[in-house]
Design a binder for this molecule. Structure first.
Ligand code: ZN
Length: 250
């Protein structure tokens, strides 16, 4: 696409993120971008998702369903209702085959409107996150007994939460879907929706989501645990970057 036009559109939306710094785009000719035609629509959706998280609250937003998102958007002017074409764009992103973005993982959520049953989940104190009671929570509780100084950085993500993360990543990469997909599973394909979770080292903040986590003693102890595996190892077949912080549960 015409990158100058693209930047022009993005240039008008810098208020979306205060002090936002775009990630290095590493442009390749084969990469797939949000089309020029869909760009204003996409930017509008990103804005609505970010506002929705603010209105609904970080913790509740992690498990919110698509229908509930639409309900809040209709009823809160700070978000604003999603238009028919915005919903159609989201549906396209959810149901299309992400192989074209070099993502080869399995679909984890069948329908865009699938909900998370509250009976099966539990809030994890002091983390702002939820885990599935039956499998993930038990494993997490054992992990924090066995390894000092670690905590849950990301638990359950509904399709809406995953969409918010993916779309913001695409935005940070100036519309480059292929590059964004290297560091985040597409909507409908996140194992966070069915049980996987991320852990980090206490006090490490955003650094927990970098390859450096793999050099910590905490990580070394985790890899010695018989009951845990790392989902996205170096050069994994799914096409996701090395993520030493992402625990494979399902
Ligand atoms: Zn993860």
């Amino acid at each position: 696409m015409d990158r100058r036009k693209f930047l022009k559109v993005f240039g008008t939306t810098t208020t979306l993120f205060t002090g936002s710094v775009f990630a290095d785009p590493f442009i390749s000719d084969k990469d797939i971008y949000i089309s020029k035609k869909e760009l204003p629509l996409f930017v509008s959706i990103v804005k609505k998702l970010n506002n929705a998280q603010r209105i609904i609250g970080y913790k509740n937003f992690t498990i919110i369903s698509f229908d509930k998102l639409l309900y809040y958007a209709r009823n809160y002017s700070q978000i604003g209702a999603f238009s028919k074409s915005e919903i159609a764009f989201i549906e396209k992103m959810f149901y299309e085959d992400p192989k074209k973005y070099h993502f080869f993982g399995k679909r984890t959520v069948k329908n865009l409107t699938d909900t998370i049953d509250k009976k099966h989940i539990a809030a994890i104190p002091k983390t702002g996150q939820y885990l599935f009671k039956e499998h993930s929570k038990k494993i997490y509780e054992q992990m924090i007994k066995d390894v000092d100084n670690i905590y849950l950085t990301s638990g359950i993500r509904s399709v809406v939460k995953q969409m918010k993360l993916q779309f913001n990543k695409i935005y940070a990469y100036k519309g480059n879907i292929t590059k964004a997909t290297f560091s985040i599973a597409p909507i409908g394909y996140s194992y966070h929706s069915i049980g996987d979770f991320d852990v980090g080292k206490i006090g490490w903040g955003a650094k927990n989501f970098t390859a450096s986590f793999g050099d910590t003693n905490e990580y070394k102890y985790i890899t010695k645990l018989k009951y845990i595996k790392i989902r996205y190892t170096k050069h994994n077949k799914d096409g996701i970057r090395y993520e030493p912080w992402h625990m494979k549960i399902v």
